[in-house]
Design a protein around this ligand. Structure first.
Ligand SMILES: *Cc1c(COP(=O)(O)O)cnc(C)c1O
Length: 673
């Protein structure tokens, strides 16, 4: 076994717990992947001479079900399987007899939505770029939740119990830290998961914190149970203390020398406390320069605020002093605001799209000079469908090595006049659509009908019900131009009454449109997750993105769609603002003036629904012209939009995004080899 001069060998990097037998690790392979990549990455993180970054996020959507799957000889534990998905449709009779069959490992259930998927995609791109970076998160033993549709209540919420100890390549370490919660010391076990680069030569270790230990009292074992459990302020504070404070202790316990702590959302802000208590003014100033923060939402509920009287139950007086100094809200001195705390203690502050940067400056004018924007992205090799990967390979002569350098996809724009490419592109899309039609065959889905998807978290501002506002208008359009298939999917946070009401309304609308099903098929899929996300973003014709501007900070699902040639029907918000002149679909609806925030509750459903229908009508004509005539397909605007979409994904990817973060915030050296 190789050892370096500090005496580290591979088993000491992993320090995994002996109680776990049957690991698929040999002298050279780690669950089928090269073990040497782990050794290289761990060495660099331990080396004080190599600059490194720790990336903190409450959630990670790693897409372990669809990308870089670890190989294991062990049979998959039933608890780690994705179960079949129920359907609520306007052909209700079918829903009772059929489910969408799924045979797959569950994606590691430690994420809820876009924030987590972004963190996972960022880790993968950091690995692709060979950066000395380590992720810090929480091992949620009960996942987020399992959604069950219920016509009366919208959705019911069930715990999602899985088996971390049997999840392939997830290693329980024999390393523990403690976090003080009030008067009690809570013991936290560390786990590790290695995120491999696309070429398998590099890894990013992800450290996951877990309080579910027999040594802890029952209440403490629950603390890392459900992601975003928010039954009380205490729960939220404690989960954030474990992430931030526990995370810093974990990095120390593993011996990593970290130069930059990157906090995602205010969730991780308590990381600063562990380092700041006891420092003098100079020490504090220095510490700030090693902290960076990314703000991910303009939505009010996304900014944590806690009463000092609640924080007193969890933090000691010295910690509270730091919190009060940097996090007190001017208008109400009894409240600590984690967004303010993060903006005050981090020398660098980022927003997640150009537009979001402008909005954040209006919301937090004091920090205007500090706020910079780096637009979000997606990890191209994760979200490209197989048929599109083959397509890109076939045209690699024009496109270049898109696996190594995602920006090369811009070159797809050079294929606009290539008839053979257009035929291949249509065929690749058809192949994906056939797969979708097959999955939904019991609901009589077809591959020659215009198919639209709305799939994301069911938060009120995302307006799931916009397209069903006026069923009569939709029916009229469908009768005149051609049939429609519309798919919905999304979970509402269990405490988000408005989001839950939206799902209930959606189910009611679908039910009431039973007599339309010859023209409009409506399908709502239960338990939206990464697996369904990948299926939908790669196989429909139109990706519907209708948040109320300016509340979508970036949005990323549309980026997954454009990569697969899926045309956008979107309001002018988030990332779409930066692609508005690129002709990747159609933009509709109300848009506030620069500097104007509007109100989250004024959803503008009536006016924006009319605008949506007007715009959709135009797209329906274009689509059906393409569908019905090869001549028009090769010459009309639909195909041009598909090509523009793919070309834009040369920009909207995490390879470009992580490079920008590295250039302006982390400043890490890429590994050789
Ligand atoms: C990409 C993704 C999201 C984010 O979608 P938005 O467009 O940002 O709303 C949410 N959930 C899943 C499962 C995803 O894959």
């Amino acid at each position: 076994m190789q050892t370096d001069k500090k005496g580290n060998n591979l088993s000491s990097f992993m320090i995994y717990d002996g109680e776990r037998a049957n690991l698929d690790i040999t002298d050279t392979t780690f669950y089928g992947f090269p073990k040497e990549s782990i050794v290289k990455a761990e060495r660099r993180l331990l080396d004080t001479g190599v600059r490194s970054t720790a990336y903190f996020s409450m959630e990670y959507g790693l897409a372990t079900s669809v990308y870089n799957k670890f190989k294991s000889d062990k049979e998959l534990n039933k608890g780690n399987k994705r179960s079949d998905t129920e359907v609520f449709s306007n052909i209700r009779a079918m829903d009772y007899f059929h489910m969408v069959k799924i045979d797959s490992i569950v994606d590691m259930p430690i994420y809820s939505g876009g924030l987590g998927v972004l963190a996972g995609d960022s880790m993968k791109s950091a690995a692709d770029l060979g950066l000395p970076l380590v992720g810090v998160g929480i091992l949620w033993s009960k996942g987020y939740f399992t959604q069950e549709f219920c016509a009366v209540d919208g959705q019911n919420v069930e715990e999602f119990l899985w088996e971390p100890k049997d999840y392939p390549a997830l290693l329980p370490l024999d390393v523990y830290v403690t976090v003080m919660i009030g008067d009690a010391d809570v013991k936290i076990r560390l786990w590790k998961y290695y995120i491999y680069s696309n070429d398998h030569n590099h890894v990013i270790p992800l450290i996951l914190l877990d309080s579910n230990l027999l040594e802890n009292p029952p209440w403490a074992r629950e603390l890392t149970g459900q992601l975003y459990k928010s039954d009380s302020a205490w729960w939220k504070i404690v989960q954030r203390k474990i992430l931030g404070y526990g995370g810093v202790r974990a990095l120390d316990a593993l011996g990593y020398s970290i130069d930059k702590y990157h906090l995602n959302e205010g969730h991780a802000a308590f990381a600063f406390l562990e380092k700041a208590v006891g420092l003098d003014e100079e020490g504090i100033a220095n510490l700030k320069s090693s902290f960076a923060y990314t703000c991910h939402t303009p939505v009010e509920a996304g900014h944590d605020k806690f009463l000092i009287s609640e924080l007193e139950k969890v933090f000691n007086s010295k910690e509270l002093e730091v919190l009060k100094r940097f996090g007190t809200q001017k208008e109400n001195k009894k409240i600590i605001n984690l967004t303010l705390l993060s903006m005050n203690v981090c020398s660098q502050v980022n927003a997640v799209a150009q537009k979001h940067g402008e909005v954040t400056k209006v919301q937090f004018p004091t920090y205007e000079a500090k706020i910079k924007s780096i637009t979000n992205g997606i990890h191209i090799p994760t979200w490209a469908s197989d048929s599109f990967k083959s397509l890109f390979e076939k045209y690699e002569g024009v496109i270049g090595d898109w696996r190594q350098d995602s920006t090369r996809l811009q070159n797809v724009g050079n294929l606009k006049d290539n008839v053979e490419f257009k035929k291949d592109l249509w065929a690749a899309h058809k192949k994906n659509k056939c797969e979708l039609a097959n999955v939904l065959r019991h609901w009589f889905f077809r591959d020659d009908v215009l198919t639209i998807a709305w799939a994301r978290r069911a938060a009120a501002y995302k307006r799931v019900n916009l397209i069903l506002q006026y069923p009569d208008r939709l029916m009229k359009m469908s009768k005149e131009i051609g049939p429609l298939q519309i798919i919905f999917a999304g979970k509402a946070h269990p405490n988000d009454a408005r989001g839950i009401k939206d799902i209930q309304k959606l189910l009611t609308s679908i039910d009431s449109m039973a007599n339309c099903s010859d023209y409009i098929k409506l399908i709502c899929l239960e338990n939206y997750d990464i697996l369904l996300g990948k299926l939908l973003t790669s196989s429909v014709d139109i990706w519907l993105n209708n948040p109320l501007p300016p509340f979508e900070a970036s949005g990323t699902s549309g980026m997954k769609a454009i990569l697969n040639g899926v045309v956008q029907l979107s309001t002018l918000d988030g990332w779409v603002v930066e692609a508005k002149d690129a002709n990747i679909g159609r933009i509709f609806g109300h848009s506030p003036k620069k500097g104007e925030l509007g109100t989250e509750t004024d959803l503008k459903m009536q006016e924006d629904a009319q605008s949506l229908y007007d715009t959709l009508e135009e797209l329906m004509h274009l689509y059906y012209d393409s569908e019905n005539s090869e001549e028009k397909r090769l010459s009309n605007g639909w195909m041009t939009m598909m090509i523009n979409c793919i070309a834009q994904s040369g920009f909207f990817n995490t390879s470009r995004m992580v490079t920008q973060y590295n250039d302006s915030v982390w400043q890490l050296d890429r590994a050789g080899g």
